[in-house]
Design a protein around this ligand. Structure first.
Ligand code: SF4
Ligand code: SF4
Length: 293
């Protein structure tokens, strides 16, 4: 079995370009001859298939618990209503509780508290897991269906599936959702190293601080990649101040490139070339390998 290096690519906020960085790193490692699995764990808004303009193949369905109340058994005690943390069950005196599916997180508290076992287990399809391949690069992606709130469970399922495949790969890159919630923890907890992608704005600096608090708490070695470093009006010093405060180095700056962004939005990312100019993504890819030695 191979020893697989797991690299987390994350960003405290949306729009920092973390998926751009994750895809580019994965492509560079694949070009170096490594077996690479890119994991798109941003289950609420996965983009890797769009960035690379490739077809995805469904390989598994993710299921979520939903309570199904048996009318013949329910004694209308409302215990399930009182214990639902999401207020997804509505109860009126003398009536069988009603479920508001869009609020249900699938936690099963109602199932366990019902004193007469009137709640049956029912599982609804909450999303899918997909696989894709392009130019020697393997991609695994989880996607939650609209209206489902189980983004932590769906992230966990996606990560678990990726981990079950890890022996087949030299490098696994986990592209997380934005933020610092439980879904980010679930993804980063598996990583050997965390790359925090940020941008030179006050919001970027603020969200980077929150992200570095998290990596400190979970004791993961973190490094900063400053994206859009040369953007007009950018405030690089804010990012370097955060880096100094947390003693987390900035390992690379990616220049602001309108061309890359327009290709990103047109789904032409896989055709982006760095011919004729320094390839910052190769540098980052090598630097990460050096840091892990
Ligand atoms: S599964 Fe949890 S969130 Fe859904 S109705 Fe039951 S108690 Fe409420
Ligand atoms: S806890 Fe059980 S018996 Fe009580 S209202 Fe809910 S489903 Fe009915």
């Amino acid at each position: 079995m191979r020893k697989t290096i797991i690299i987390g690519v994350t960003g405290g906020k949306g729009g920092t370009g973390k998926s751009t960085v994750a895809v580019n790193l994965a492509m560079r490692y694949a070009k170096m001859g490594k077996k690479v699995l890119l994991v798109d764990s941003d289950v609420e808004s996965p983009v890797e298939h769009l960035l690379l303009s490739i077809e995805r193949r469904k390989v598994a369905e993710m299921l979520a618990f939903r309570p199904k109340i048996r009318q013949d058994k329910c004694v209308k005690c409302n215990l399930c209503v009182d214990n639902c943390p999401e207020h997804a069950l509505m109860g009126l005196p003398g009536r069988i509780p009603e479920l508001h599916e869009e609020l249900c997180s699938g936690c099963k508290a109602c199932f366990y508290v019902c004193p007469v076992s009137a709640i049956e287990e029912y599982f609804a399809s909450m999303g899918n897991i997909y696989e894709m391949e392009v130019n020697g690069l393997n991609i695994l992606q989880g996607e939650l269906k609209p209206g489902f709130k189980q983004y932590v469970n769906a992230t966990l399922e996606t990560i678990q599936r990726a981990l079950s495949m890890k022996g087949d790969f030299d490098i696994m890159i986990i592209d997380t959702a934005p933020g610092t919630g439980a879904n980010i923890y679930v993804a980063l907890a598996q990583c050997d190293i965390v790359i925090a992608v940020t941008e030179p704005t006050p919001l970027g600096a603020n969200d980077l601080s929150m992200l570095l608090e998290l990596t400190k708490k979970i004791k993961k070695p973190a490094y900063i990649v400053l994206n859009k470093a040369t953007m007009p009006g950018g405030k690089r010093k804010l990012i370097y101040d955060v880096a100094e405060k947390f003693a987390v180095p900035v390992i690379a700056e990616i220049p602001y490139d309108k061309d890359i962004m327009s290709k990103y939005f047109k789904g032409e990312f896989s055709k982006t070339t760095t011919k004729g100019r320094k390839d910052v993504f190769y540098d980052i890819a090598w630097k990460i390998l050096t840091l892990l030695q």
